[in-house]
Design a protein around this ligand. Structure first.
Ligand SMILES: [Zn+2]
Ligand SMILES: [Zn+2]
Ligand SMILES: [Zn+2]
Length: 263
């Protein structure tokens, strides 16, 4: 599928508690470096005429304001954990200005959670002003949002299936700690990828920094950015300096705009 040139914006790069974490005065949480301030993980994927957000975090409203997003065509969900869906109510503003429902692309597991957590948006008699959501159920089949082709990639978050997504030659994966071999094939050939790397110590449902580095090297993707970062990982500047060539920590506000993300 042809993919137009894309611009990727990191709206948030933090783990579920965000960085700084409430009540914590560790070296990372008290760092003055803006790259150590991480809202919950989400990206914006834009072509010249289509804008998609991946996940609506608890910080969604502020992420839209901070990145000055005036138009949004669709929300694409990775999985139903709270740090990835909590901000969905605030798509109301886009409903109001765009005068249409928001297209919500999610697998059936995530859809069930959305219907449960935001039950008021799915009742017969709707209170005025509630979010207007158009649920589109996705599985592993490729699809298209506007002019952007999307290939779902099934990854594992302990025992929960999570969707990563490939857009042209760019791949976004968060909240994984295992990827099956046939799904890895879908990632190969990407010019750039995003992968979650929580911290250095082992975790039951997230890749560690070393595991994430090893996977990028195995897949031979030339450029990789790590996200869903915990305060336990360490300060951006120090950790980033030690990473192999071609691999860096993402940070809030980082934009990737490369002609080579065409496919
Ligand atoms: Zn998460
Ligand atoms: Zn801390
Ligand atoms: Zn999760």
């Amino acid at each position: 599928m042809q993919c137009p040139p894309l611009k990727i914006t990191f709206l948030g790069t933090g783990t579920s508690s965000g960085v700084p974490m409430i009540g914590c005065d560790c070296a990372v949480c008290s760092s003055p470096d803006k790259k150590d301030k991480r809202l919950r993980s989400s990206i914006l994927v834009e072509s010249a005429n289509t804008t998609i957000v991946v996940d609506t975090t608890p910080d969604f409203r502020y992420q839209m304001l901070r990145a000055n997003i005036k138009k949004l065509d669709a929300v694409l969900f990775t999985h139903p954990h709270k740090d990835h869906i909590a901000g969905l109510d605030d798509v109301r503003a886009f409903n109001f200005f765009q005068k249409k429902p928001m297209d919500i692309y999610a697998n059936s597991l995530t859809e069930e959670s959305i219907k449960h957590e935001f039950a008021y948006a799915f009742t017969d008699k709707k209170y005025p002003g509630i979010p207007n959501l158009n649920l589109v159920t996705i599985d592993e089949s490729p699809f298209r949002i506007g002019d952007i082709p999307v290939i779902p990639i099934l990854v594992w978050h302990l025992k929960m299936p999570v969707f990563g997504f490939r857009f042209g030659r760019f791949t976004y994966i968060t909240d994984a700690n295992r990827i099956d071999d046939d799904e890895k094939e879908k990632i190969k050939g990407s010019d750039a990828m995003v992968l979650n790397a929580l911290r250095k110590e082992k975790h039951i449902s997230h890749f560690t920094l070393d595991e994430a580095v090893a996977l990028v090297q195995e897949l031979q993707v030339p450029k990789a950015y790590f996200t869903h970062i915990s305060h336990q990982l360490g300060r951006h500047e120090e950790i980033n300096a030690d990473l192999p060539n071609g691999i860096e920590l993402a940070w809030d506000g980082l934009q990737l705009q490369e002609e080579k993300f065409t496919g």
